[in-house]
Design a protein around this ligand. Structure first.
Ligand code: FE2
Length: 217
């Protein structure tokens, strides 16, 4: 059974950029439902996977595993999203700052690309900052698509651009949400540790391994 991770901060810690109300709905309802549905589908299929990453990789590509993939990837993406935010993110430094300068020209240019790509993305999905092929880039992905299925890609940050992520606070203003998010919430220390992992120093973030099902008496 996979568990819903707690938020790594208080529900009101990201205000005013992201309200406690949004976080309650987003974490306690949306994310919780993905995890519950994932566990139900695994139970029905008689599967006891060793990791959420395995579930995602084994069910990618559509077909009969599509429901499992969607719920597993959404469980993963949301847990990563919570980790990728912090109330006191500061600014990128060290290797991460150097990589941002080399790949984009600087933080302002990265912000411009991140917001532009996120706004241009049609429909629901995710805006990622990733390390791939020795450089950083911004990618958007649809629905439950994620980075786990591509071993050459290491995610550094992600912003949820499903409407449920911002509608309570910004209504239809996705651009306003993305700009405010980028200015206040990225966890640059987390992004730096992910970049180090991409460069062979340490392990990238992984979803907590599942707890064994309690044996019935
Ligand atoms: Fe979401």
């Amino acid at each position: 059974m996979f568990t819903l991770p707690d938020l790594p901060y208080a529900y009101d810690a990201l205000e005013p950029t992201m309200s406690a109300k949004t976080l309650h709905f987003h974490h306690d309802k949306h994310h919780a439902t993905y995890v519950e549905t994932l566990n139900t589908l695994l139970r029905e299929a008689g599967q006891t996977p060793g990791s959420l990453e395995d579930v995602i990789r084994q069910n990618a590509g559509g077909g009969p595993g599509a429901k499992l993939f969607n719920n597993a990837a959404q469980a993963w993406n949301h847990a990563f999203f919570w980790k990728a935010m912090t109330p006191d993110g500061g600014k990128p430094s060290g290797d991460l700052d150097a990589a941002i300068r080399a790949s984009f020209g600087g933080l302002a240019q990265l912000r411009e690309i991140f917001v532009k790509e996120g706004v241009a993305h049609f429909g629901s999905g995710w805006a990622w900052l990733v390390a791939e092929g020795g450089k950083l880039s911004v990618k958007t992905m649809h629905d439950a698509q994620d980075t786990v299925t591509n071993p050459a890609t290491t995610p550094l940050l992600v912003c949820d651009i499903w409407e449920h992520a911002y509608y309570l606070d910004y209504q239809n203003d996705r651009k306003g949400f993305l700009g405010a998010w980028f200015d206040a919430l990225p966890n640059w220390d987390f992004a730096a540790s992910q970049l180090a992992a991409a460069n062979g120093r340490g392990d990238p973030w992984r979803y907590a391994t599942p707890k064994a099902l309690a044996k019935s008496a």
